[in-house]
Design a protein around this ligand. Structure first.
Ligand SMILES: [Zn+2]
Ligand SMILES: [Zn+2]
Ligand SMILES: [Zn+2]
Length: 171
């Protein structure tokens, strides 16, 4: 992660102040649990990590309520396909947040948040509409194998693949 956790928390607090909501200690602690995790967590994972880390039990209902707050304020994203949560990768960034797209590694469960070109998102929306569907979520969740896991399997099988020429931009 390019930004330190302290600077991410400071930005999250500033953003909450700006829109007039409060990053209470519990909200901040749950955000921290997610920032310190290498993979996305379910609400029940968070209940467990929270208890281990802060020696305090939070009922699952409170965790859900706090997660909703963090998602509403775009500090945390929810993966609809796995029902897990992860911190936004752009909390400390200055650029505008686009419709988040997620690449989910099916081996190590790492998740990358990427930006897709607007034209691509628009094309997708067009074909969805032509099929008579109305999107309830614009978020894309693509499952695959991350670079690290691909590297490990490439070493095993000694096969090589070219890097993606059209890699999605990260920042
Ligand atoms: Zn994000
Ligand atoms: Zn960014
Ligand atoms: Zn992986």
């Amino acid at each position: 992660m390019a930004h330190s956790i302290d600077s991410i928390i400071a930005r999250a607090r500033a953003e909450c102040d700006r829109v007039g909501v409060k990053l209470t200690p519990k909200r901040q602690n749950i955000l921290l649990v997610l920032l310190l995790s290498e993979a996305p967590l379910s609400a029940y994972d968070i209940v467990d990590s929270y208890r281990e880390r802060y020696h305090e039990s939070l009922p699952a209902m409170s965790v859900y309520r706090i997660l909703n707050f963090l998602v509403d304020n775009k500090l945390v994203h929810k993966l609809e396909t796995t029902n897990q949560f992860l911190p936004c990768a752009h909390i400390a960034c200055d650029h505008q947040h686009e419709i988040p797209q997620f690449l989910i590694c099916d081996r190590c469960h790492a998740v990358a948040e990427v930006g897709l070109r607007k034209t691509l998102v628009r094309e997708l929306q067009d074909s969805v509409r032509k099929a008579g569907f109305a999107l309830t979520s614009q978020q894309l969740e693509l499952h695959g194998v991350c670079a690290k896991c691909r590297g490990e399997s490439a070493m095993e099988s000694n096969s090589s693949e070219d890097d993606d020429e059209d890699a999605p931009h990260r920042h």
